[in-house]
Design a protein. Sequence first.
Length: 107
Amino acid sequence: MSKEEGYFDKVYKVARKIPYGRVTSYGAIAKYLGAAKSARMVGWAMNASHNDDTVPAHRVVNKQGLLTGKHHFDGINLMQQLLESEGVIIENNKIVNFDSIFWIPNE
């Protein structure tokens, strides 16, 4: 297993814990894993996870609540549709109630 694969597995383990109807950020996952400056690597992991239905990559957004990873999902609005199916409200590619549904991994 390469170093990147090991890190990706750690990212996926955290992502699988994000509760239904909640979201977290790439940076929050990176910080939890002890690599606060590696949010971009978390994004790469989320992009690489699309063949694994057990990883809820749609629940990971940027620190402002923007759906910056949506172009990596099949279909035009699949990320938004998945979030909305969990009750998340989105307007203009941004989560409306971001602060109230934001999940911090260590809590």
